[in-house]
Design a protein around this ligand. Structure first.
Ligand code: NDP
Length: 457
């Protein structure tokens, strides 16, 4: 894949970039290793100061950063600005809380026959981050903020269609004061990942993206016995039970499905509705979709812009066509929008059966799959009948039902009467083929730490 900014709203190539050579990558790794030797000795206070300075710059530059992301991958300007401000919040969160999360953790010294015993959190070293285009800054910041606070140094291989966002993140961190060796963007294709990952100078890796990419990186890292965090796809259920506020559930369901033009790992993708409220929900849901404004993502009135890549639209089209060919009913949408760029109509499909690809695949675009169920057991059975396990949403005011959903949905996160969202204050990650490890909170910062046990007689 060429490393280039191509505007998804027009299909025009805006800017192309050369890939780094192998020698340039080698130099970058040398820089990272020597940088780590001094960076790891900096104080928490110093790192927090640089994190806060990064947040300040992001806030000051939010309009320009948003325009850049919109041009690179087609999200609406409003959501791109919100993403930029969320990144600032993420940096501040680790600036404020990182030192406490990384403080020595005292153990019961007497129980282990010591005068003192504790766990110390030390950085691992050079961490490779392989990131996707759908949240060009936030995905990378979820890694960078905790990793830098912990004293690691990062090398970023971003998706080939968001090179300007990748270069911006490197630049803003340097302008905020971080030494240049602390965080480097490598403009390279994924073909160079294996040799970097196998390089002894690289200690660990994190990847957010598709299952095939995750599997490949995990296999190489496993072979090298290196730690990875994987945040892969999802096909989150959105379950609605009779006690729920149906209008509110349907309104949130629309946002949960079409946010980021439908391209979010934690977007709700399968809408599992109790038969007693199915018709009512579908009316509200379809109405909500009908009201969506599709168009130029730089226009304030636009709700849904283009898909980020032509391939992404083709994949989505194939999923819908396959389902319709096997008997799914199109309640709204169902085809591409005939205009330049990679637009696809927000679409709702009913009568989904398990022989359709959309039953098991991740629909990475504004396409909702509807299921009608008779009771909570059937709802949970369908929710869990997937290889994914990232997020889950359930709407009910019945506390016993809420407990059942919390307990029985197989996922890394469950949101009741709301939609799955990432917050620095909450852990983020999945189970099953949605990946492993956790981002954000103290769990995220500890992922790239050597948790060293210390025992003193
Ligand atoms: P990919 O997984 O292909 O890309 C994500 C990142 O991984 C990019 O930096 C990419 O680089 C890199 N990459 C790709 N293949 C490999 C590999 N074999 N080894 C190492 N790195 C690799 O996602 P796509 O953009 O192709 O999207 C495909 C599907 O992935 C989507 O339809 C969706 O289902 C899922 N996805 C999930 C995301 C999430 O948030 N969990 C985000 C994006 C996609 P390069 O761009 O150079 O190929």
């Amino acid at each position: 894949m060429a490393i280039a900014t191509t505007n998804p709203a027009t299909g025009e190539i805006v800017r192309e970039f050369d890939s780094l050579t192998e020698d340039q990558v080698d130099e970058a790794l040398d820089r990272a290793v020597s940088g780590f030797a001094s960076y790891r000795t900096t104080s928490f206070e110093q790192r927090a100061t640089w994190l806060r300075a990064t947040a300040d710059l992001l806030e000051a530059e939010a309009d320009g950063v948003a325009a850049m992301m919109t041009e690179e991958m087609g999200k609406t300007l409003a959501s791109a600005k919100a993403e930029t401000l969320k990144c600032a919040k993420g940096f501040r969160y680790y600036a404020d809380h990182g030192a406490a999360m990384l403080a020595d953790e005292q153990a019961d010294a007497e129980a282990v026959g010591a005068s003192r015993a504790y766990m110390r959190y030390q950085p691992l070293g050079v961490v490779l981050a392989i990131m996707p285009w759908n949240f060009p800054l936030w995905q990378a910041v979820r890694f960078a903020a905790p990793a830098l606070m912990a004293g690691n140094v990062g090398i970023l291989k971003h998706a080939s269609n968001v090179p300007q966002s990748a270069l911006y993140l490197e630049d803003v961190l340097h302008r905020a004061g971080f030494p240049e060796s602390c965080f480097q963007t490598l403009l390279i294709g994924s073909g160079m990942i294996e040799s970097i990952l196998r390089d002894p100078r690289v200690a660990a890796a994190t990847l957010t993206g598709s299952e095939p990419a995750g599997r490949s990186v995990a296999a190489i890292a496993g072979d090298e016995v290196k730690h990875t965090v994987l945040e892969l796809g999802g096909s989150d259920p959105f379950i609605v039970m009779p006690s729920a506020d149906i209008a509110a559930a349907a309104k949130t369901a629309v946002t949960a499905r079409v946010q980021n033009n439908g391209q979010s790992c934690i977007a709700a993708k399968r809408f599992i509705i109790h038969a007693d409220v199915y018709d009512q929900f579908v009316d509200h849901f379809t109405e909500g979709f009908r009201g969506l404004v599709i168009g130029d993502p730089t226009d304030d009135a636009t709700d849904v812009g283009p898909l980020a890549t032509e391939q992404g639209r083709t994949d989505l089209e194939e999923l819908v066509d396959d389902a319709v060919g096997k008997g799914a009913k199109v309640l709204i949408g169902g085809s591409r929008v005939e205009r330049p760029g990679w637009f696809y109509q927000p679409t709702i499909l009913a009568d989904i059966t398990d022989d359709m690809e959309i039953y098991s695949a991740e629909a990475f675009g504004p396409v909702a799959a509807l299921y009608r169920v008779e009771d909570i057991d059937e709802a949970i059975a369908i929710a869990n009948d997937t290889t994914f396990g990232l997020g889950g949403n359930a709407w009910t005011t019945d506390e016993a039902e809420q407990d059942q959903f919390i307990d029985r949905i197989e996922s890394g996160q469950v949101f009741i009467n709301g939609m799955t969202t990432s917050y620095p204050e909450l852990g983020f990650g999945g189970i099953k083929r949605s990946g492993n490890g956790r981002e954000l909170t103290s769990h995220g910062i500890h992922e790239f730490c050597n948790i060293k046990t210390v025992w003193i007689a």
